[in-house]
Write a protein of this length. Structure first.
Length: 315
């Protein structure tokens, strides 16, 4: 008896194998392959900031969909929204109106992470520390504090130490800038994930971001590691997308994921329903690609954590 993907391929098959039929069959095969995969819990909590000072590269989409993919795979995940726009909070379906308890209260020392976090309604093992427009005033308000760069780190350290739940992954969604909030995020984590849009201009700002990360490593957080780069908004039909991917892969061969995230309407549409694409369109190419990226990241956990431990011992 033929499988569902073989049936779809036969019904929609075309002669050159490059049409709608082959895409549907491919997506179906990848979806079922994912269901057979098993994620291994990392030996230690992976603390990852998702950052790119260039806007519109899929930064927040990457944060929330990877977090959802890990939660779907049974991991315990915490997402901290450090962007005053609160887009990650929106996509994960949590309340983040002005005045609501949020990461702003954590940075100001009025509340602990455990007091402001909310559970994502779609994934029981995914917790969210929301952000609201109130956060936009935090940079000025904490600028004169002696420990202003480590406000988030201190709060996160305390939370992870006291929490009865062991978190496998912590994601921090950064604002598209290189200000104090982003510095706080970089000091609170041990890894950086950089989403890169498959367009020429995306490469121009990459050097500046890498330079900033280098300064943070030198002065504040020597164990910080750029562990992952993910090419987003990839269109396999265009030469430009393929060239951008190859350019990044050539320069950073060990950290660029083999998985790419396609440009799809569903990824952009999902947050308007207060959902990730993982729950909104689970069989679509966007959800499948993010789940594949999560698996690839999970598979690299041992190497990444060993590298971070080595850096920690050196310092």
């Amino acid at each position: 008896m033929e499988s569902a993907s073989e049936t779809i391929a036969r019904i929609f098959s075309d002669h050159n194998g490059s049409g709608v039929g082959s895409e549907i069959a491919d997506a179906s095969a990848r979806y079922h392959a994912l269901d057979r995969l098993t994620f291994k819990r990392p030996a230690d909590t992976r603390r990852i900031a998702v950052a790119n000072q260039k806007g519109g590269v899929g930064k927040t989409s990457t944060t929330v969909n990877l977090a959802a993919a890990f939660a779907l795979a049974g991991m315990n995940v915490l997402v901290i929204d450090m962007d005053p726009q609160g887009n990650a909070s929106t996509a994960l379906g949590v309340s983040h109106n002005s005045g609501d308890p949020s990461v702003y209260d954590v940075l100001e020392g009025r509340a602990q992470i455990s007091e402001v976090m909310q559970r994502c309604p779609d994934f029981p093992s995914l917790e969210v520390v929301p952000a609201s427009i109130d956060l936009s005033g935090a940079e000025l308000e904490v600028a004169d504090m002696p420990n202003r760069n480590n406000l988030l780190r201190d709060a996160l350290d305390q939370f992870l130490e006291q929490s009865p739940t062991h978190y496998d992954y912590v994601f921090v969604d950064c604002a598209p800038s290189l200000g104090l909030l982003v510095i706080n995020a970089m000091c609170a984590v041990t890894e950086m994930l950089i989403p890169i849009q498959a367009e020429y201009y995306a490469l121009e700002g990459l050097g500046q971001l890498i330079n900033t990360i280098g300064l943070v490593q030198k002065h504040f957080n020597p164990q910080l590691l750029v562990s992952t780069m993910l090419v987003t908004m990839f269109d396999k039909r265009t030469l430009l997308s393929r060239e951008v991917y190859q350019e990044v892969k050539t320069h950073y061969p060990s950290i660029v994921l083999d998985t790419t995230i396609p440009r799809t309407v569903k990824i952009s549409e999902a947050p308007s329903f207060a959902q990730t694409v993982i729950s909104y369109d689970p069989r679509g190419l966007g959800a499948i690609s993010y789940r594949e990226a999560a698996y690839e990241m999970n598979d690299r956990s041992a190497v990444v954590l060993e590298t971070i431990a080595s850096r920690r011992n050196e310092n």
